[in-house]
Design a protein around this ligand. Sequence first.
Ligand code: ARG
Length: 633
Amino acid sequence: MEQLAQKVGGMSLDAITEKYPNCHPEINPFDFYRAHLANVLSGITGVEPKIIYPALSWTSGLDKGDLMLAAPALRIKGQKPDELAQQWADKFPEDDPLFQKPTVVNYFLAFYLKPQPVVQTVIPLIQKQRAEYGRNKYHGLRDPKDPSKGKKRMIVEFSSPNIAKPFHAGHLRSTIIGGFLANLYEGAGWDVIRINYLGDWGKQYGLLALAFEKYGDEEALKQDPINHLFQLYVRINSEMSAEKEQIEKRKQEGEDVTELEANSLDEQARRYFKKMTDRDPSALAQWKRFRDLSITRYQETYARLNIKFDEYSGESQVSEEMMERIGKEMQEKGICKEDKGAMIVDFQELVPGKEGKRLEKPIVRKRDGTALYLTRDISELLARYEKYKFDHMIYVVASAQDLHLRQLFKIIELLGHKDIADKCQHVNFGLVLGMSTRKGTVKFLDDILRDVADKMHETMKKNETKYSQVENPDATADTLGISSVMVQDMSGKRINNYTFNMDAMTSFEGDTGPYLQYAHARVSSIRRRAGLSDEDLANADLSLLTETHAVNIVRLLALWPDIVQTTLRTLEPTTVLTYLFKMTHALSSSYDHLQVVGSERELMKARMALYDAAHTVLGNGMRLLGLTPVERM
Ligand code: ARG
């Protein structure tokens, strides 16, 4: 890039960084292209480069150019935009070192990169940066000019299942999206803390302990805590409903049910949970065992998804003292008030207009004094701030909880912590419809992953020769299965609902996980057959890459760091995924035109260098999404 900067003349890379926000031309080719174009166009239009720079945008595809400019964006009065566009295009120098003369469509200028400069800079840049290509250590620095001031801190709270209850689609999506966001920010230089906020507290865990006393099996608990606890939970719950029905019936018949009620499962559970909140050692120890065993099991599953949490927090970890204190503070500040014995937040009184109405009237203390989900979240948020002094915190939670999080952030603000509330963000997502495996409705993540892996294994077996070469078919099938689920989940915008479709997601046709893995493995296979060393590729004569197919792949490669920067704004996995599929399509249509094995040696080296760079970028993108790229399948 340095050399290119010199050739382009006038601008050092540092000077470009100084000039534009978040601009790092030494690691992001498009930052460089925009800065250069802004300069040239400024000379032509008389408009400040700083105004032109942000007006330069991506095109919808390579055939539409690499960057484009809408003439009206420069706000020049008194002339028709399409005439202006044409005039500027005419004045654009023929001998620009980077760009061809722009084409004009209506009032749009379309800029196409000249092939050789981009080929000669981007492939070596990728060879040098490898796993770093696309990362940006500046984004997360407190002071981009002074790394010694440290990184900004990000908390991503995600997954957050409820112990002894099904790991439902909402948890699945939170896990996938949250894992991705954590990777994204880590790659952008933030100090990222991954928190899992378990649902692990409440009367239902008292009930669960009762169930274990009655029907628990030590062996089964150790073997498979998640399923065992779930079975107990289901069983005791149905018993409790039956019992409730009975009591109700007798009551109707005029019987005195006081004693029945006092000994009911519901009442026993309440008493057990009371022991837990009173910190009774044996009750707490039992509950902690359930929690610890469940976490150990979760950790194994998360590991398959390349996810590791820094902290297993949870509703149980919120201190009663703190909730009490905040409760008092809320009362003093008039944020909550009594309503039929309970404490409520009447937003309509506190927040003017439509917003107050929308926030409704949540309860923060029940009549019997127990805290609620919202109450815990308030304390937890403030405690996290105390502990981590985060610069930003993301909650990855289903859009079904939009209201809950809005209430939470507003209460924090009303408590006088607008600064903290402003650092918090809810990243939401839609539903998964029809999530069931072939064996029935899904209960746990493990069931889904196992089922999809089985399906992938069947598919792999269909190609006997290839199958025999795969070293560990079980592990590969597992990885492919996971990729299927994740890619399907990340294909659309987060907010959209989608239908869980096992056949579609495991297919090799279309933009699926297995197809993405196949595209990656195919390049690995070419590399194996080419038998070239890294040195061969580093010394390749890149000027031999002249075909449109080769140049188009490089144009896409050049875009990768900019894709990541845009993703930091959209926080949409699909931004990355759409790009990766563009890349796989460009690759697959190129193979007939750019033969590697069998070509003359110098050409073989150059083409392999190209494919190897593409392999790096595909791999970087896949890992960013949380996938494990396979080399063979
Ligand atoms: N355990 C909750 C549920 O399953 C999700 C927790 C979301 N995070 C939070 N801080 N409230 O619905």
